[in-house]
Ligand binder design. Structure first.
Ligand code: FES
Length: 353
C-alpha cells in the first residue's frame, strides 16, 4: 500500500517522513541528535522528562519531540535559545536532588544525565531544597539499586512490562516522594523479579547498575566484544565487557534476535568463564582418582572404550545427547559421528521437548 509521506522542515532541512513518525525520529533521520532521557526506541514513549523539547512554529509551548508526531508543513527548530534554556532548567531541576558523586559512580562515562549536564554546562546550585537519602539496595546478587540517582523517567517500569513481560515495577507515592518500586515498596529480591536486568540496560543514570561490574573498571576503559549467548539455542547477542583480558560484565547490544533483551543467565551468568573449577586439561580416572592426561591419551581412551562397547553390545547400546550450547556445526558432527562411526540413530538434543 502506498503511504503519502509528510513533508516538514527541521533546522532548515527538508525531510519526508511517514505518518506517525515522531519529530525526534525525523530529526534523527537527518542526523540531528535531540537529547533524551525517558525515550528508548524499544519502549513506548511517555514524554516524561521533557529534555527533548523543541520549538515548532505555531505552537505556544515547547513540545516534547519524542511524543509529537510530524504534520504537513511543520517547521521545527531543535537548538534555539528557548530550547537550550528549557533543557538547562530541566537538568538543573534533576540534579538539584541528585548525589553528583560522579567520581565514584559506577555509571560515570555511560550516564546520560552526566553527559547532558556536561553538554549544557549545568552544575548544581540553581535550585536547592530537600534531597532524598534512600539506602542502597544491594541485597541481591545481581543488581545494585540507588534510588537517590533515579530521575523517575520510568524506563525501568516500561522495560519490565514491555520487554520482560513481568510488570513488577511501578511508581509509588506522589510528588517529591514518588519512587519506582516493586509492589508493596519491597526490594527486588522480595518481589517476583526474575533478575533479567533489562531495567538496568535502559536506566539512563547510576540508579540501576550491574553488581558484578562494580569496581571492575570505568565504563570507558571496558572493551566491548559482541558475541552470541551460549546458554540456549535462541542466539541472543550481547556485549562482553572486557578489562585486562578478563570478562567483567555483560551489557545489552542491539541484537537481531533479541534486541536489548536478555535473561538472567545471559546477563549475569557469565562468571563461570574465569572459574578456577573449569577443566583446562583432560582428566582420566585411574584407581578411583582423576589424573591429568594429554588430549592424545584422552582421545585414545575414548575411542578404545567406544569400540569395545559397540563390539560387545552392538550399535544400539550407544546414544548421543547433544546441546543447544554447541554450535550448529558441532551438533552436526555429533549426529554424523553417531550415525557413521557408531552406526546408530540414537541421537537427541537438550532443546527438543
Ligand atoms: Fe522526550 Fe523524555 S525524551 S520527554
Amino acid at each position: 500500500m502506498c503511504v503519502d509521506l509528510i513533508k516538514l522542515t527541521i533546522d532548515g532541512m527538508e525531510i519526508e517522513a511517514s505518518p506517525g513518525t515522531t519529530v525526534l525520529n525525523a530529526a534523527e533521520a537527518l542526523g540531528i541528535h535531540i537529547p533524551r532521557l525517558c525515550y528508548d526506541p524499544s519502549l513506548s514513549s511517555v514524554g516524561a522528562c521533557r529534555i527533548c523539547v523543541v520549538e515548532i512554529d505555531g505552537m505556544r509551548n515547547l513540545p516534547a519531540s519524542c511524543v509529537t508526531t510530524v504534520t504537513p508543513g511543520m517547521v521545527v527548530r531543535t537548538d534555539t535559545p528557548a530550547v537550550i534554556e528549557a533543557r538547562k532548567t530541566i537538568l538543573e531541576l534533576l540534579i538539584a536532588n541528585h548525589p553528583l558523586d560522579c567520581m565514584t559512580c559506577e555509571k560515570a562515562g555511560d550516564c546520560k544525565l552526566q553527559e547532558y549536564c556536561y553538554q549544557y554546562g549545568v552544575t548544581k546550585g540553581a535550585f536547592t531544597g530537600e534531597e532524598h537519602h534512600y539506602g542502597l539496595e544491594e541485597n541481591n546478587p545481581f543488581i545494585v539499586r540507588d534510588l537517590n540517582k533515579c530521575i523517575v523517567c520510568g524506563k525501568c517500569i516500561r522495560a519490565c512490562a514491555e520487554i520482560t513481560g513481568k510488570d513488577i515495577l511501578d511508581f509509588a507515592y506522589r510528588g517529591f516522594n514518588t519512587k519506582v518500586t516493586p509492589f508493596g515498596n519491597t526490594s527486588y529480591i522480595e518481589s517476583d523479579c526474575v533478575f533479567c536486568g533489562n531495567c538496568v540496560s535502559v536506566c539512563p543514570t547510576g540508579a540501576l547498575t550491574e553488581k558484578q561490574m562494580s569496581g571492575k573498571g570505568r565504563r570507558w576503559e571496558l572493551k566491548k566484544v559482541r558475541t552470541t549467548c551460549p546458554f540456549c539455542g535462541t542466539g541472543c547477542n550481547f556485549d562482553l565487557n572486557v578489562m585486562d583480558d578478563k570478562v567483567v560484565g555483560v551489557t545489552s547490544t542491539n541484537g537481531p534476535i533479541n534486541g536489548r533483551a536478555l535473561c538472567v543467565k545471559g546477563r549475569f551468568g557469565w562468571d563461570y568463564v574465569h572459574s578456577p573449577k573449569r577443566l583446562t586439561r583432560p582428566l582420566i580416572k585411574k584407581n578411583g582418582r582423576f589424573e591429568e592426561a594429554t588430549w592424545g591419551e584422552a582421545f585414545d581412551l575414548i575411542a578404545t572404550r567406544f569400540k569395545e562397547i559397540k563390539d560387545k553390545h552392538g550399535p544400539g547400546s550407544f546414544a548421543a545427547l547433544s546441546s543447544a550450547r554447541c554450535t550448529n556445526e558441532e551438533n552436526y558432527l555429533v549426529q554424523k559421528f553417531s550415525r557413521v562411526v557408531m552406526g546408530t540413530n540414537n541421537v537427541d538434543h537438550c532443546a527438543r521437548t
